[in-house]
Design a binder for this molecule. Structure first.
Ligand SMILES: Nc1ncnc2c1ncn2[C@@H]1O[C@H](COP(=O)(O)OP(=O)(O)O)[C@@H](O)[C@H]1O
Ligand SMILES: [Mg+2]
Length: 360
């Protein structure tokens, strides 16, 4: 069993603040993903956990005990890197056995552990080969094998699927997730890929500019983003944002943008705002329906472009000068230039204040 408690971890490289005051508790056996854009501090955070960097400030506890002063090789963590960092002159067997040899295990123990790992990862047939003679997916499995034989308390994985082609990547997502469940090892996985994060994780922590923005289950962070960064990082195509202002008139409350006025009188979260307060309306593409009939609540738009994707059509629409994207059923008949009416699912809208923090 292993819990990981990251407490106010901060890392500066000179003036660069790579990781800033991160607090995060990872549960036993949990698959937690740190998701964020390139340069947001993901690798630095993992390197701090592995002991490859010393924090400027803060503490890391595994099972309640600080590991900050414990050197890397004595920490019970195994890191899998973006590049597989295999030893090219060694066979697959020797690559997987390497950490065990370093720990001076008996030949018999090494053999049984390598055998078990290679069976789990279906590498039995390539044990005598060198990494150069393997596919990308196989090389990544060898790297995984090398980390699991150590039976670590915690797996740290730094974008391990980056260099695989898309089809193999989809397959490896499932393999890594099922391996992690089978072994029940607490895992901190890092990626910039929202699909990996959404599909593999028990919880996701979103990181931006070194600061943890939100932690929650995939559905929580998708449905209830705490700010516009989280809202826009998850979802494809991205959520539509529209600048609007608060308008109270005749006992009703509206979100007022150019060409669009949405009645949100039912939203108690907006009570007490001043007329004219600037707000940001967020609407996911799947919450916009294209309808024939005009209604009091519908919005007039023009079809600017369509992107048929087989399973769905992305319709790019112009509402006045604003561009929004809607996701519609594949059978929908729609042509560029069509004048259409849009219905927004008001139960699923997101409203943020001007600085991007969610109001509801
Ligand atoms: N060894 C280093 N020296 C100086 N700056 C670094 C070093 N490593 C990372 N950085 C900087 O820290 C920030 C976070 O980097 P990194 O953790 O690699 O981000 P990510 O893995 O999310 O792409 C970046 O601005 C990066 O340039
Ligand atoms: Mg990185």
């Amino acid at each position: 069993m292993a819990t990981v408690s990251i407490q106010n971890i901060t890392k500066y490289y000179g003036d660069i603040r790579a990781v800033d005051g991160v607090n995060l508790d990872v549960k036993d056996k949990e698959f937690l993903t740190i998701l964020g854009p390139s340069g947001c501090g993901k690798t630095t955070l993992l390197r701090l956990l592995a002991g490859l960097e010393a924090p400027t400030k803060g503490d890391i506890l595994v099972d309640g005990i600080s590991i900050i002063d414990i050197p890397t090789r004595e920490r019970d963590v195994a890191m899998v890197f973006q590049s597989y960092s295999l030893y090219n002159h060694m066979t697959v067997y020797d690559n997987i056995a390497f950490p065990l040899k370093m720990r001076k295990l008996s030949a018999q123990d090494i053999e049984s552990k390598v055998k078990a790992a290679s069976e789990l990862l279906e590498l039995q047939d390539v044990l005598k080969r060198k990494p150069g003679k393997l596919s990308g997916g196989e090389q990544q499995r060898v790297a995984l094998g090398r980390s699991i034989v150590r039976e670590p308390k915690v797996f740290l994985m730094d974008e391990p699927l980056t260099f695989l082609d898309p089809k193999i990547r989809t397959q490896m997502r499932i393999e890594i997730k099922s391996l992690q469940r089978k072994l029940g090892v607490t895992t901190i996985y890092v990626t910039h890929d929202q699909v990996e994060a959404m599909t593999m994780s028990d919880r996701i922590g979103l990181l931006d500019k070194g600061i943890l923005q939100q932690v929650g289950t995939p559905s929580e962070v998708y449905r209830k983003p705490t700010n516009t960064f989280v809202g826009s990082f998850l979802g494809s195509p991205a959520i539509n944002f529209m600048n609007c202002s608060y308008l109270e008139k005749d006992g009703k409350v509206f979100l007022d943008a150019d060409y669009v006025k949405i009645d949100v009188t039912y939203l108690k979260e907006l009570i007490g705002k001043k007329n004219g307060s600037e707000l940001i309306l967020g609407v996911r593409p799947e919450e916009i329906a294209i309808v024939k009939e005009k209604s009091a609540d519908s919005i007039e738009a023009e079809v600017f472009m369509t992107e048929p994707l087989g399973s769905e059509i992305i319709v790019i629409l112009k509402i006045g000068e604003n561009i929004v994207r809607a996701k519609v059923e594949p059978g929908t008949i729609i042509k560029i230039g069509d004048k259409v009416n849009l219905n927004i699912n008001k139960k699923k809208i997101h409203i943020f204040n001007k600085s991007g923090e969610a109001i509801c």
